[in-house]
Ligand binder design. Sequence first.
Ligand SMILES: Cc1ncc(COP(=O)(O)O)c(C=O)c1O
Length: 314
Amino acid sequence: MDLSSVTVYAGGGFARYADVTVGLLTHGLQYGTGCFEGIRGYWSADDRELFLVLLRDHYERLTQSAKILTIGLPMGVDELIETTVELCLRNDYRTDIYIRPFAYKAAEDIGVRLHNVPDAFAIVPVPFTAYLDTSKGLHVCVSSWRRTDDTMAPPRAKITGLYVNSALAKSEAILNGYDEAILLSHDGHVSEGSAENIFLVRRGVLYTPDPSQNVLEGVTRKAIMDLARDELGIEVVERAIDRGELYCAQEVFFTGTAAGIGHVASVDRRTVGDGKIGPVTRRLNELYNRIVTGREPRYESWLTRAYASTRVSV
Ligand SMILES: Cc1ncc(COP(=O)(O)O)c(C=O)c1O
C-alpha cells in the first residue's frame, strides 16, 4: 500500500506520511515503549458518510494505556476526537478505513526506561484491508505461548511491546495451518486471541473471560456484551474459562475492531457445534454490522459522522 500521500497527524500538526521521519534509535521502536489504538471507519455510499465507531471508547482506552506507561497525551479525549474527524476530512476517504493513533517514548538514546523521556503522538488513517477472513469459519488452535501476565506488563493497556506475544502466537498458528491462535493465561485459563477477545455459548449463556484473565478490555467486547443482554436478552457471564470448555461449547466467536465478529469453526481440530455459524453469533454479527454501517438509528450514539459537518443544509 502506498501511504506516501496520506495526510497524518504528527508532531503537533498535519503532514504528509512521506514527510514525517522517526529516528532509528527512538525508544518506542527499540524498546516497545508505546501504546496505540485501532479504530474502524465504515464508508456508506448510500449516506455518503464515513461512520467512525466508538471513537470515545477508543480514546478513553488510549488515555488509560498512556497513563500506565507515563506517557502524556498532547490533548484530551474531545480534542482527540475532533482531530481524528479533521484527519478524515483532509484525506476525504470514500472507503472503509482503519485509524491508528499511537503515543510513544521518543528519546533517541540508549537506556530503557519510562522516566525522563519525551513523548510523541501521531494518528495515521489508512484504507482498510481485511484483517481476518471472517466470511467463513475460523480454524483455531490453543497456542503454546501464554498471554503476558499483568505482573509482567499489563495487557489491559494496548502496549506496543506486548504485541511480540501476539505475533509469536499468530505466526505459530498460521505456520501450523490454523487461522488464529487462542492464548491461555499463565495459570491455564482461556485469555483471548492474538488480537481479539473470545466468547463462547453454552446452554444459551454467553461466556467471556473476565478482565483479570489478562485480556485487553476490548471496545467490541463491551459492545457485544451490551447487545447480547439488551437486544438478545441472553445472560452474559464474565468468568475464568477452562480450555476444555472450548471443546464443549455450542458456539465460539472472536470480537475485535479489525476482525469484527469472527465465528470459530474448530478449536484444536474439534468442530465447534456443527462447524457452521451458530444462532447467537449470527444475530450478534448481523446486528453489529447494521449498527456500524449506520443502519440502526437507535445506536447512532456509537457513531461519529466524519463528513456530517461539511454538508450544507438547505
Ligand atoms: C490483544 C487484543 N485483544 C482484543 C482486541 C479487541 O479489542 P477491540 O474490540 O477494542 O478492538 C484487540 C484489538 O485491538 C487486541 O489487540
